[in-house]
Design a protein around this ligand. Structure first.
Ligand code: SF4
Length: 350
């Protein structure tokens, strides 16, 4: 069903012309000062990003443009793009470059999407094969305008990747599909190795940070994904779940501890924690820069709560060093959800 969607385009999102290439490199830009005027924004010393240059960066950029693909690295102006792309790691963003939600933290363009491209999964697989990756992360904008939220394109992309790059780890970072189980099942039946869905922040701050999402709905996505994987494969351990948190939005340490616990209650395996950086003055302000020592403390606490892997640091993003976040058992089980489907007489590549 087609729905009327809120139109919101924060200033400067129409193109990359006057924006910094990444939000970490934007340290010298004007920002709102306490007195209502504009003042230069300064990040602390530990927020340092590498300038995006180098042969691999240039090659990847050409590859993505040549195959008409979007990356979240560019659209979200990720501070790690110089490092990740030089290491030939990128997060492909499917279903277009226009998101139907207007989250207060996110630099991706918001509006009414028109993208409808059944050939996209093939091109993603082609690009990933050319990049020669061991692990790929595929994400999307939220597509609340589509009845299944774009789940079938996620599933087709996973299948195309399996066919084109056998043995590669496939991670999908999905939206909440408005809490519907069926689209989630469509994705799970295609057999991802890691199902990633971000809660982004603590329960109290959900509304200002991601207006149309719900904390408990997101937890439920992670819980149901595991239950569906068990149902599909007939045994546990075929998929790992993952979630991410931004800090510096005004949350307290106690609230973060509760969130770690809530994620463990739904058996979330992998957690990433990173500093929120404001993409533009139209986005939510940074309340606090969290010191690297605190990131280390949070990592220790989260590991104590039972996560299998925790990545925690100022510039950590959901897909930062994603291939290193995969627990050993997940590497061994790689593609096993798809294999289990095949064993049950269902062709995951169909
Ligand atoms: S952290 Fe993720 S989004 Fe950022 S550049 Fe690396 S792969 Fe891209």
């Amino acid at each position: 069903m087609q729905r009327e969607l809120p139109m919101f385009t924060p200033p400067g999102q129409g193109g990359h012309g006057h924006e910094p290439i990444t939000i970490a490199i934007g340290g010298g830009r004007l920002d709102e000062a306490a007195d209502g005027g504009m003042a230069p924004r300064r990040h602390p010393d530990w927020i340092r990003a590498r300038l995006p240059t180098g042969p691999n960066y240039t090659e990847l950029k050409g590859l993505m443009r040549g195959l008409a693909l979007n990356t979240v690295c560019e659209e979200a102006r990720c501070p790690n793009i110089g490092e990740c792309w030089e290491q030939r790691t990128a997060t492909v963003m499917i279903l277009g470059d226009t998101c139907t939600r207007a989250c207060g933290f996110c630099a991706v363009k918001t509006g009414r999407p028109s993208w409808n491209d059944a050939d996209e999964p093939r091109r993603v697989a082609e690009a990933v094969r050319q990049m020669g990756l061991e692990h790929v992360v595929v994400t999307s904008v939220a597509r609340d305008d589509l009845p299944d939220g774009g789940a079938h394109i996620f599933a087709d992309t996973i299948r195309a990747l399996r066919a084109e790059c056998p043995g590669m780890g496939v991670e999908v970072l999905i939206p909440d599909f408005n809490g519907q189980d069926e689209p989630l099942r469509t994705v799970m039946e295609a057999g991802p190795d890691i199902l990633n869905h971000n809660v982004e922040t603590v329960e109290r701050l959900q509304k200002p940070v991601r207006k149309r999402a719900r904390y408990h709905r997101s937890l439920e996505v992670l819980r149901v994904a595991k239950a569906q994987a068990l149902d599909i494969a007939g045994r546990p351990g075929t998929v790992h779940t993952k979630s991410s948190l931004m800090v510096g939005l005004g949350e307290t340490r106690d609230e973060l501890s509760v969130t770690f616990r809530d994620l463990r209650v739904v058996d979330c395996d992998i957690l990433t924690i990173g500093q929120y950086l404001r993409p533009s003055p139209a986005h939510l302000p940074v309340e606090r820069y969290v010191h690297p020592d605190e990131f280390a403390e949070m990592k220790a606490e989260a590991l104590e709560q039972g996560f299998k892997h925790v990545e925690s640091g100022p510039l950590v993003r959901s897909s930062y060093h994603a291939r290193d976040q995969v627990p050993e058992e997940a590497k061994r089980a790689r593609g096993s959800l798809g294999a289990a489907l095949a064993a049950n007489g269902i062709d995951p590549a169909a």
